[in-house]
Write a protein that binds this ligand. Structure first.
Ligand SMILES: Cc1ncc(C[n+]2csc(CCOP(=O)(O)OP(=O)(O)O)c2C)c(N)n1
Ligand SMILES: [Mg+2]
Length: 314
């Protein structure tokens, strides 16, 4: 249950509003997925909102963000126009990228998202090249690249980080570790990879983020960004999180329901509502906001936001 009375008044309410906007936007899109309104697969990132909102909050004008197939949370955080995102998923010419990129490759250059790839690991190579280009051209800013615990199994991940370190390039490499790659858990598919030890073997800084506290994530990212630029070196940030939206499939073999991890498409277990809480624990970034603001205030923000978002796409 929520604990009232632990409210931190120094926190910027706009950051909490962004978490709620990100969550509600995804919930609305999930309802559209249920109705099969999109022809393309969409990978929701419910439970991933804190890292995306934090990255967007620390990005400076010249920073460049490079994304992967699960990118909706970053695209929503960087793009204030919900309708343009929906139109892109509907492949309309009014969409964010003229209906040409869809979901898995959605970039938004005007807002710093310069490249997004559905080919796992590929964005590491591109990000390394961009970081080198920035150095050669003596440009300001940093390259931030996001990948998953599955994509980091690709060779390009190791080559990319090694290249960044070897060439003294500043970059932030974020690994969103939800422990799943499609329908397999880490323990089922491979030996453990200790990212902290990999980082230290290259003398690269490593930061572990857990708990989905967006305000703590902003502080950690600001520091990582500063250190990467000062040292001309990459920093690896591993974010432990849970992709919300899993459900249970009842069959004769599994009368109590077989656990289905959310990967893409509609999540039947999630429903849009004025208060978009999914879980009452730290795996839910919306739950964590209650450490900073009264629930009543957050509920009011959410109610207004849902009206605003549904109005925008009417
Ligand atoms: C090179 C390559 N191999 C396989 C795939 C198929 N594929 C798409 S998503 C995915 C799982 C990715 O897992 P992870 O990187 O952990 O991201 P998550 O979906 O868990 O956020 C796989 C194997 C692909 N897109 N690209
Ligand atoms: Mg994963």
């Amino acid at each position: 249950m929520f604990k009232e009375g632990t409210v931190n008044m120094k926190a910027d309410i706009k950051v909490s509003e962004e978490i709620i906007r990100n969550r509600l936007s995804q919930m609305i899109i999930n309802e559209m997925c249920k109705k099969k309104e999109f022809k393309i697969p969409i990978h929701l990132a419910l439970g991933h909102e804190s890292i995306a909102v934090a990255v967007s909050a620390v990005m400076e004008e010249d920073d460049r963000l490079v994304l992967t197939h699960r990118n909706i949370h970053y695209n929503l955080a960087r793009n204030p126009c919900f309708k343009a995102e929906i139109d892109e998923y509907l492949l309309k010419s009014e969409g964010l990228a003229g209906g040409r990129l869809g979901a898995m490759n959605l970039a938004n250059e005007r807002r710093g998202i310069v490249y997004t790839s559905s080919i796992l690991g590929n964005n590491l190579s591109v990000a390394a090249g961009m970081a080198l280009g920035k150095k050669v051209k003596e440009e300001d800013g940093i390259v931030i690249v996001v990948t998953g615990d599955g994509a980091m199994e690709e060779g390009a991940f190791y080559e990319g980080v090694t290249f960044l370190k070897t060439c003294n390039l500043n970059a932030i490499v974020i690994v969103e570790n939800n422990e799943w790659s499609l329908a397999t858990r880490i323990q089922e598919r491979r030996c453990p990879i200790h990212l902290d030890r990999f980082a230290s073997s290259l003398d690269v800084d490593y930061v572990l983020l857990t708990g989905n506290d967006v305000y703590a994530y902003i502080t950690a990212l600001k520091q990582a960004r500063r250190e990467a630029i000062e040292r001309n070196a990459p920093v690896i940030i591993e974010v432990k999180l849970r992709t919300l939206g899993d459900w249970r499939l009842k069959t004769e073999e599994y009368p109590d329901g077989k656990f289905i991890n959310y990967h893409a498409g509609a999540s039947p277990s999630i429903e849009v509502s004025e208060w978009p809480l999914i879980r009452e624990d730290d795996s839910d970034p919306v739950f964590v906001l209650s450490r900073y603001f009264e629930i009543g205030q957050l509920r009011n923000i959410s109610c207004d936001m849902l009206n605003r978002l549904t109005g925008e796409i009417q």
